[in-house]
Design a protein around this ligand. Structure first.
Ligand code: NAP
Ligand code: MG
Length: 493
């Protein structure tokens, strides 16, 4: 079928014959304050500077709320509160009591799951389907899982007497705002540490809502402190001499700055950084399933996923069929209002991120790469990007080597498994990867040869709190989740 015929059939099927009526989730009962303070020592406190910044809803560019900008003095206060809570209360409390508090946070989140899903979609631009079905359930699962560990650490690490490190400084990105907060806070609390955490500048709302929930859970003051601000606030946390461990998730660029700042100190750190995952499709793979896996791997959540399958490697024999089917499937994807339950792809998180994606695409045009974008309508206001394929690329192109962090998929073909592995490993990153084939032996052989922390077989982007997550090479240091994610918060001697 030619591309023209394909397009005609698509428009007949999806535009003229039927379409979905709008099915918006109502934000009416969600309470968003005009202004949020810093959450320090169990109380909401004004920043010393008196400065505030705004966070917008990227789907309509409207300001959602103002957030306090934490400076050095505020970070000092937060660290002092965390230290006092650690030494005085949290580390002395019987472990099973600590577990009960974490369990209570999970239960309260369960009760307020819908509210959290809505505010997450409003602040980040991700579709409600993702925040409702993936982010918030995973957040809850993380707190439940770690509540269970609190009084069983000596079984996780037999023969040693595991002790908390003290105060953990945590810095998180905007792509999974509340989920990244859960990945950080839950293991820290379960292991007896207290926390000073900074959410990303463009998505602070769900963290401040979590602060309200933490108050409702009666967590002892100072156990969790939440400071908002930009990169400088993050740097104040990194530099603080009374912080025992830094847990950072974000870009490789900032990860390197943090690593330099930590060099020469005896403080621990874990870095969860960028990725450039390949999704490898062999010619014996179930093609229709693979198409779903590719779409799930790169287009859902706007490609704002560190482990996104942003490089498609397809074996030559099935390349034409697979790419045609992929284009057909892409034409059905609905881009638009994040609060509409039919939406597949929401808004790009910020203008800065949209400009970065568009920068990559205009460079592709200049380098004679072939760009295919779906024909869907885009809303007038807000930051949007159509699902995009980039063909005719080579391994040295920037779009194949660097993280775009948008709904953009490059396509390359290969002939042999060895070639697929070599293309896969030829980037600075090593966070994740996918292998699609009918043969179990091929999954193991290829999977073992890929230098990446997570490899999915005949599926993609599946998460579970029991499973460790983290990268090789420039994708980071350390693991989060599972038993592996507990040890970076413990002294194990
Ligand atoms: P980013 O620019 O590195 O920012 C991450 C966090 O660090 C934000 O809170 C940011 O504050 C803060 N920050 C910025 N400069 C800092 C500095 N000099 N010192 C201390 N903190 C600083 O990353 P992003 O753009 O928000 O997130 C996207 C990146 O995260 C992607 O590269 C993605 O792959 C990665 N990521 C990795 C994982 C993983 O598990 N490996 C998971 C999710 C995301 P501001 O918000 O104010 O800039
Ligand atoms: Mg926002």
């Amino acid at each position: 079928m030619s591309e023209k015929e394909l397009t005609t059939r698509q428009s007949l099927r999806f535009d003229e014959l039927w379409s979905y009526d709008p099915a918006p989730e109502s934000p009416d009962y969600v309470k968003i304050k005009e202004q949020y303070q810093l959450f320090i020592d169990g109380k909401f406190q004004e920043p010393e500077s008196g400065n505030y910044f705004d966070s917008v809803n990227p789907s309509n560019e409207e300001v959602l709320a103002l957030f306090a900008e934490a400076g050095k003095k505020d970070v000092d206060k937060a660290v002092a509160a965390a230290r006092k809570a650690h030494n005085g209360v949290w580390s002395k409390m019987p472990a099973k009591e600590r577990g009960k508090y974490i369990y209570r946070i999970a239960r309260l989140l369960q009760e307020r799951a819908r509210e959290f899903a809505i505010i997450e979609s409003m602040d980040s631009g991700k579709p409600i389907r993702e925040s409702r079905d993936i982010d918030i359930p995973q957040v809850i699962a993380h707190f439940f899982y770690h509540a269970g560990w609190a009084d069983k650490l000596k079984y996780a690490f037999p023969g040693v007497d595991p002790k908390p490190l003290g105060v953990a400084g945590q810095i998180i990105p905007w792509n999974f705002p509340l989920l990244m907060a859960a990945w950080k806070i839950a293991p820290a609390l379960a292991t007896g540490n207290t926390v000073v955490i900074k959410p990303a500048e463009t998505t602070p709302l769900s963290a401040l809502k979590l602060a309200e929930l933490i108050q409702d859970a009666d967590l002892p003051p100072g156990v969790v402190n939440i400071v908002t601000g930009a990169g400088e606030t993050g740097m104040e946390i990194v530099r603080h001499p009374d912080i025992d461990k830094i847990a950072f998730t974000g870009s490789t660029e900032v990860g390197k700055i943090i690593q330099k700042a930590m060099a020469g100190t005896d403080r621990k750190y874990t870095l969860e950084l960028g990725g450039k995952a390949a999704n490898i499709i062999f010619d014996d793979a179930p093609v229709n399933q693979a198409v779903e896996g590719i779409v799930n791997g790169i287009f859902f959540n706007q490609g704002h996923v560190c482990c996104a399958g942003s490089r498609l490697l397809v074996q030559e024999g099935i390349a034409d069929e697979l790419v045609q089917k992929l284009k057909m499937r892409m034409e059905t994807l609905i881009v638009g209002d994040p609060l509409d339950k039919n939406t597949d792809i929401g808004a790009i998180n910020s203008k800065v991120q949209l400009d970065r994606i568009l920068g990559f695409l205009s460079e592709s045009v200049e380098s004679d790469q072939r760009i295919y974008q779906t024909k869907c309508d885009l809303p007038e206001k807000g930051y949007w990007c159509r699902p995009t394929l980039v063909e005719n690329v080579s391994q040295s192109h920037r779009i194949v080597q660097e993280e775009v962090f948008g709904p953009v998929l490059t396509i390359q073909t290969f002939r042999t498994p060895a070639e697929a592995v070599s293309l896969t490993n030829n980037t600075p990153y090593g966070l994740s990867g996918g292998v699609w084939t009918d043969k179990g032996s091929k999954i193991f052989k290829v999977g073992k040869s890929i230098r990446a922390g997570v490899i999915w077989a005949n599926t993609f982007n599946k998460f579970d709190p029991t499973s460790p997550f983290g990268g090789y090479k420039e994708s980071g240091i350390g693991r989060e989740g599972g038993i592996h994610g507990l040890s970076p918060y413990l002294e194990l001697s």
